[in-house]
Design a protein around this ligand. Structure first.
Ligand code: PLP
Length: 378
């Protein structure tokens, strides 16, 4: 049996989510744009899902727009700010996912925007005074700051950032792909204009997510065609995916406290075992600081000079799935670890946990890891 500790890359589908989706794969296959009973049934499945998600986040149903996942949600938010709101200056961080960074870099290359980066310290903590300075010294801007980083787990204070954006009349987008379903949101209280989420990060299906767009914020249509999703996103909707997304989010929030407690304990246990058993272990960013990092992510740094690929590969051979960084940048060096100046002669491993992991699995991983590590380091 494999041990799966790569939940920041993707999570296994919850069987209850699968059960909720099955009728929409097998029986209720109508096209929601059709006017007959089967079409109407499909349409109400979408609208019920939208209302359920909105109510969990204290948002309005019309503020939730379904997308093909987190990447499209981030793109929609950024392009809406640029084309829908005329924004030509974007303030962001060096730690954003490529769904944000590559979108911004492409816009900058087309001459549409200028990008400014918020300064940070060696742990990756953002300098919010610098954010205020950037806002003071530029015209109306979009601020794009992720809630939790997918590689090291650093949490950003989106409440305070939202208040700073409000002071300077800036638009605020947050990539909440790693925290949605793992953290409670009250969107009436947060000054946030756009938020991106993806179902497969909280035991929902892949290929579906949503962008939250605050009521009154002008958007721009990225995918042209039919009038689906309030004319923002054309194409026949992914009904089983949307139903699965809503079910996954509902389950995530129903059991959030219980699962958070369980996962936090596993993460803490892993930290303690690594510190006790692996000489020279350190942690990247704020990964090992409970209140400054997401409880599902731990990024450990092993002093194994010259064996960079070995440890990861050998864990894989021992049926353990972990990752060296973001799943989306396989093969490339991590821009997040580079921004943190993480040493290149150490092996950095991301352990990311879910409600399905157990302490027994961590014990097995630690046993294999310490044996491997000793054999490599010898
Ligand atoms: N943003 C973050 C922080 C992520 O971790 C990911 C996925 O790894 C994405 C965006 C992209 O989401 P999706 O895979 O649904 O396109």
């Amino acid at each position: 049996m494999r041990i799966y500790l790569d939940n920041a890359a993707t999570t296994p589908l919850d069987p209850e989510v699968f059960s909720a989706m099955t009728p929409y794969l097998l029986n209720h296959f109508g096209n929601p744009s059709s006017h007959h009973a089967q079409g109407r049934q499909a349409k109400s499945a979408i609208e019920d899902s939208r209302a359920a998600i909105a109510s969990l986040l204290n948002a309005l149903p019309e503020e939730i727009i379904f997308t093909s996942g987190g990447t499209e949600a981030d793109n929609t938010a950024i392009l809406s700010a640029v084309y829908g709101q005329g924004i030509d200056h974007v303030i962001t961080t060096r730690f954003e996912h490529h769904a944000v960074l590559h979108t911004l870099i492409a816009l900058q290359a087309q001459g549409k925007i200028k990008i400014s980066f918020i300064e940070h310290d060696e742990q990756g903590n953002l300098d919010l005074e610098h954010l205020a300075f950037l806002l003071q010294t530029h015209g109306r801007s979009l601020v794009s700051v992720m809630h939790a980083n997918n590689e090291v787990g650093n949490l950003n204070d989106i409440e305070t950032i939202g208040r700073i954006c409000q002071t300077y009349n800036a638009l605020f987008h947050s990539d909440t792909v790693q925290t949605m379903g793992h953290h409670r949101f009250d969107l009436q209280k947060l000054n946030i204009h756009f938020l991106a989420a993806s179902a497969h990060k909280f035991h929902g299906p892949k290929g579906v997510g949503f962008v939250y767009v605050r009521k009154g914020v002008k958007t721009t249509q990225l995918i042209h065609g039919g009038g689906q999703e309030g004319k923002l996103r054309a194409g026949t909707e992914n009904i089983p995916g949307i139903v699965g997304l809503a079910k996954a989010l509902q389950l995530a929030y129903q059991y959030l406290d219980e699962h958070q407690h369980h996962i936090q304990k596993l993460k803490q246990y892993t930290i303690e075992r690594l510190l006790a058993d692996v000489p020279g272990i350190t942690f990247n960013g704020n990964s090992a600081i409970a209140h400054k990092s997401l409880y599902t992510v731990l990024n450990a740094s092993f002093a194994v000079e010259g064996y960079a690929q070995n440890l990861l590969q050998r864990l894989d051979e021992q049926h353990i799935s972990v990752s060296g960084g973001s799943a989306c940048s396989t093969g490339a060096s991590s821009h997040v670890l580079s921004a943190l100046d993480a040493p290149t002669n150490r092996q950095h491993i991301r352990f990311s946990f879910s409600k399905f992991n157990t302490q027994n699995e961590i014990d097995q991983v630690m046993q294999i890891l310490t044996q491997l590590y000793q054999s490599i380091a010898a």
